[in-house]
Design a protein around this ligand. Structure first.
Ligand SMILES: Nc1ncnc2c1ncn2[C@@H]1O[C@H](COP(=O)(O)OP(=O)(O)OP(=O)(O)O)[C@@H](O)[C@H]1O
Length: 339
């Protein structure tokens, strides 16, 4: 339903050309939550802004519900844009209007009747859980509440798609969770397609069906979230996955770290391969004992991934062989120090 074909976009700043997007092609199906992840400057904002032509690609096609947006007249594009909702990191609410006034605004622009507007706004307020805030001004709302208003406003014209530009980046972790939960609810309840951009793998992990990884304007990897987590191909993708898993060396171990001794290893498990059985393998094959210090294991659907921090002990030569085995099986195994 959304098709980006060979999109390229560059900017010129003081005679220096920046290729923000290089030949990007993406296909997003109806009802999907599609996440685009990338580091700062990767081209995420430019990409999402190309979907509603807030930014006009230099070349390529943006096809939404069978219309090629670049070939629409300005009236055609205006009508199409009404069906593309968008929310932003900093909410972009109208401070001089109440919650009701913000949500009703796009409907007023469309010339809807007062009765229609009042019924629709009430329905949207219920959907986002703000029935009691209709008369409040944005200045008196929390960040999470402001984003709920922005979501309700973006849904006022029953869009085909909701674009989310770092929608949770300005929110604390608990509020982020509640907004992501709301987006998932809306996606299910309205069968609404959502395209979001983020720099946080946790966002992708929590609600996305599909993910695309952008790096320096290039699309380096894309696919169902489970498959990408199970089998990431690119280093950038692996780093994003690792960043969503955090284990810290406990203080007592940090104080004991030295330059030789039993290695303290960090083992990333990012695939469906056996995970815990490696402990048994190290014991049986190399007579090396694995003392798990700390671990974080997570799931996407049935797929397990995580990180284990463990101390390996045994004959020096055997420990070295067991480390080679671990590195071969789990390429991102790292020695953090010795205890
Ligand atoms: N209007 C503009 N004029 C000049 N350069 C721009 C413009 N918009 C984006 N760029 C450049 O294009 C590249 C991609 O920027 P973009 O904002 O799309 O990245 P991003 O992944 O969204 O980054 P961030 O997470 O920091 O917002 C960057 O090098 C940026 O400096």
């Amino acid at each position: 339903m959304i098709q980006l074909n060979n999109i390229s976009k560059s900017f010129e700043v003081k005679a220096v050309r920046i290729d923000a997007l290089k030949d990007i092609s993406l296909s997003i199906e109806k009802g999907e939550i599609f996440g685009v992840i990338g580091a700062s400057g990767a081209g995420k904002s430019t990409l999402i802004r190309c979907v509603n032509l807030l930014e006009r690609p230099d070349s390529g096609q943006v096809i939404i519900e069978n219309d090629d947006l670049m070939s629409l007249s300005s009236t055609g594009l205006m009508l199409k844009r009404r069906k593309i909702g968008m929310i932003f990191q900093h909410f972009n609410l109208l401070s001089s209007r109440t919650v009701y006034g913000n949500i009703s605004f796009p409907l007023e622009l469309e010339g809807k009747s007062k009765e229609f507007i009042s019924q629709k706004v009430l329905e949207l307020l219920r959907l986002v859980g703000l029935e009691d805030k209709a008369d409040v001004y944005p200045a008196n709302l929390s960040g999470g509440q402001k984003q709920r208003v922005a979501i309700a406003r973006a849904l006022a014209n029953d869009p085909y798609i909701l674009l989310c530009d770092e929608a949770t980046s300005a929110l604390d972790p608990a509020t982020t969770k509640s907004i992501l939960k709301l987006l998932k609810k809306i996606n299910k309840q309205l069968d609404l397609t959502i395209l979001l951009i983020t720099h946080e793998m946790d966002v992708i992990k929590s609600i996305c069906d599909q993910v695309a990884v952008l790096d320096h304007g290039e699309l380096i990897e894309t696919g169902p979230v489970e498959s990408i987590f199970a089998n990431p191909q690119e280093t950038t993708t692996k780093n994003f996955i690792q960043s969503s898993l955090e284990v810290e060396i406990p203080l007592s171990f940090q104080e004991r770290l030295k330059s030789a001794g039993n290695p303290l290893v960090e083992i990333y498990l990012t695939s469906n391969e056996e995970s815990i059985p490696f402990i048994q393998h190290l014991e049986q094959q190399y007579q090396v004992k694995t003392n798990i210090i700390t671990a974080q294991i997570d799931y996407i659907g049935e797929m397990k991934f995580g990180v284990i921090l463990a101390e390996l002990s045994g004959e020096k030569e055997n420990v070295t062989r067991s480390l080679s085995f671990l590195k071969e099986k789990h390429s991102q195994t790292k020695i953090l120090g010795y205890v």
